[in-house]
Design a protein around this ligand. Structure first.
Ligand code: ATP
Length: 353
């Protein structure tokens, strides 16, 4: 292989379902304009993939994911496969969701200026391991001891929450490394008081790993207090590490403090793979209206460019997004403006110069 071809990267672009492809297409126009040494492998939208049966669809998408260095993913309503594979199959254990207010974002907070932190959500375990069942089976298992507080006798369901030491150590080290590159502070939060076996264990391991990072300040809060602090005292945060379920919920709350889901980027990182997707869902209620805010997807693409080593290009796009919001002329409807998805992308292209 020549040096020239080694320098090229392949990005698998999965537009996804409902309105998600609108954000991906707008972002792709910006990305293509950068003229980077990237081969873009753009897959069909979910409605077209649906012509294949489920097994064929999965094989097709997984093969294309495996043939690329990384992936820019829209969002799925279940039709487009790939997300589960990239998450659990490729073990992307750290879901990184930056929370940074920029002038022009329509925050509901009185003083959003200066909010700039990153949520790292453990991405593989906790209540998302997919072990669920009938309460009767749980009773029969003998796992419910005399101190259990299950008071009702009747029909019910359960879901298992598991925190492992290797999974927690991996995401803890990832978070400390990230804090080291930022302002040197790690906050961890979980329901330590009610769930000592899992949540205190998680926080204790994170604290323990902190011994390897004496230069990083450490703090810990109970997750209910954390939810409160994200609204009332978000400015002091730098890196906030949360177990999976709390991370899922609090990162949407954090996005709301900036101005909403349309603004929220995300990247999922493992030891040898990462993929990038906006934090919002497929927004089926606005499909085809041209009003989807592509900012979350575009800023996810910025994270992807950084991951691929195109740091200058990433900075340029990031600055262009900030410039469009600061200018205030081409603001998407969810942020109080009238700019269509394409008009916003055009404004970003113009700001790139
Ligand atoms: P999921 O369960 O996959 O998260 P959802 O329908 O619950 O899907 P979203 O798709 O994120 O959640 O949509 C929630 C609301 O936010 C919808 O009214 C949607 O139109 C709106 N929304 C989401 N993303 C955007 C966006 N990028 N621009 C504008 N509105 C958006």
């Amino acid at each position: 292989m020549s040096n020239a071809s080694r320098d090229r990267r392949t990005v698998c672009v999965i537009p996804g379902d409902d309105a998600a492809p609108e954000g991906v297409n707008a972002s792709l126009r910006v990305l293509l304009s950068l003229g980077l040494p990237i081969d873009w492998d753009v897959l069909p939208i979910g409605a077209e993939l649906a012509e294949l049966d489920v097994a064929e669809r999965e094989r097709f998408v997984h093969d294309r994911i495996d043939a690329a260095d990384t992936c820019l993913f829209g969002s799925t309503n279940g039709t487009t496969p790939g997300a589960t594979y990239m998450r659990w199959g490729r073990r992307t254990y750290a879901n990184v969701r930056p929370v940074r207010w920029r002038p022009g974002f329509r925050s509901p907070l009185a003083q959003p200026d200066g909010i700039d932190y990153v949520i790292v959500r453990e991405n593989l375990e906790d209540a998302y391991i997919g072990v669920m069942g009938d309460a009767e089976a749980l009773r029969a298992s003998g796992l419910i001891g005399p101190k259990a507080r299950l008071v009702w006798e009747g029909e019910g369901r359960f879901a298992v929450k598991v925190i492992t030491r290797p999974g927690t150590e991996a995401v803890a080290r990832f978070s400390y490394e990230l804090a080291r590159k930022r302002r040197g502070k790690l906050t961890v939060s979980a329901k330590t008081n009610m769930l000592p076996k899992t949540d205190r264990y998680f926080c204790d391991i994170v604290r323990e790993i902190g011994a390897e990072y004496p230069d990083v300040a450490f703090e810990q809060y109970i997750v209910a207090d954390m939810a409160h602090r994200l609204v009332l005292r978000p400015h002091g945060l730098d890196v906030l590490l949360l177990p999976n379920l709390y991370g899922d919920v609090l990162s949407d709350e954090a996005a709301a403090t900036l101005g909403g889901m349309g603004l929220a980027p995300s990247g999922c990182y493992g030891d040898d793979y990462a993929y990038f997707e906006s934090a919002h869902g497929t927004a089926p209620d606005i499909v085809g209206q041209g009003i989807l805010n592509p900012t979350g997807t575009l800023l996810s693409a910025v994270m992807m460019l950084e991951y691929l080593g195109f740091t200058d290009a990433a900075r340029r796009v990031d600055d262009a997004v900030s410039a469009v919001y600061a200018a205030g002329e081409h603001i998407p409807p969810d942020q109080g403006g009238t700019a269509s998805t394409d008009a916003f992308a055009d404004a970003v292209l113009a700001a790139l110069g």
